[in-house]
Design a protein around this ligand. Structure first.
Ligand SMILES: NC(=O)c1ccc[n+]([C@@H]2O[C@H](COP(=O)([O-])OP(=O)(O)OC[C@H]3O[C@@H](n4cnc5c(N)ncnc54)[C@H](OP(=O)(O)O)[C@@H]3O)[C@@H](O)[C@H]2O)c1
Length: 247
């Protein structure tokens, strides 16, 4: 068993999560694969075991069931023989106009992307504090750097996640627990396939390879891909509203 490479990954049934699972298993990680679609997780787990000979636990989980998020951490640690990190990646993008009668979509977006992510990160961090080491990874978004039109709640959920991880990082300084904030631009997945525009789109394998590298190196924060998002992400908060309104 490789020490330091036992991770719980949420949102593993599709898109970035599934591709990241392949990348990490290829680098020797043992994984607990969490999501609601159990069939997809079983297929992925079988693939990881066959291709890479790694442990892959199927962990059915709805991250809006916050008690289940707590349990998932214990189940993952038991099955993998310990837990070294967690990647809070599960997310949805149910966009809609502000005031357009979409409050339920907004609520579910916040419950999944923000509260669900915090539920998982918090539960894992309790274990990491006990053991004196661990790695908290959150997949946020460039959209969290500025509130975007027709994605106001999605932006709010990711801005909240960015602030949460920044707070955690400051609090955990010197305690042996690292944090990594991942800020993707547009990566080709089912989450955004219906969107009319996806500037600077990259394929999911490339996105996952970049994210895996940032996780391996325990980078504090990383735009994915770095170009052009490291520049655009920093510019976004400074742009005039009239310009942002045209997005
Ligand atoms: N693709 C991009 O361009 C992009 C850009 C910035 C940020 N992101 C972020 O990257 C993350 C992954 O997104 P993706 O693009 O890979 O989208 P995706 O292909 O739609 O995958 C989303 C994953 O989240 C899981 N999920 C959703 N709701 C869940 C819930 N309540 N409980 C447990 N799992 C849940 C889904 O699994 P089940 O449906 O099986 O539960 C699925 O595995 C998200 O947080 C997203 O906001 C993506």
């Amino acid at each position: 068993m490789d020490q330091g490479k036992r991770y719980l990954l949420t949102g593993a049934s599709s898109g970035i999560g599934a591709a990241l699972a392949r990348e990490l298993a290829g680098k020797g990680y043992d994984l607990a694969l969490a999501a609601r679609r159990e069939d997809s997780l079983h297929l992925l787990a079988a693939e990881l075991q066959a291709r890479f000979g790694r442990k892959a636990l199927v962990l059915p989980l709805d991250v809006t069931d916050y008690a289940a998020c707590q349990d998932a951490v214990g189940l993952a640690a038991n099955a993998l023989g310990g837990l070294d990190g967690i990647i809070a990646n599960a997310g949805i993008a149910l966009n809609g106009k502000v005031g357009g009668g979409h409050f339920e979509r907004a609520r579910l977006t916040l419950e999944t992307n923000l509260i669900g992510a915090i539920a998982c990160l918090d539960a894992a961090c309790a274990l990491f504090r006990q053991q004196g080491h661990g790695h908290l990874v959150a997949v946020a978004s460039v959209a969290g750097k500025r509130g975007l039109p027709y994605a106001a709640t999605y932006s709010a959920s990711k801005a909240g996640l960015i602030a949460y991880l920044q707070g955690a990082r400051a609090e955990l300084r010197g305690k042996g627990i690292d944090t990594s904030l991942i800020l993707p631009g547009f990566i080709d997945t089912p989450l955004n396939r219906e969107m009319p525009k996806r500037p600077f789109l990259i394929d999911v394998e490339r996105g996952a390879a970049l994210i895996a590298r940032h996780i391996e190196r325990r980078h504090a924060s990383a735009y994915v891909p770095g170009w052009p998002w490291a520049i655009l992400g920093r510019l976004l908060p400074l742009l005039p509203t009239a310009l942002v309104a045209k997005f």
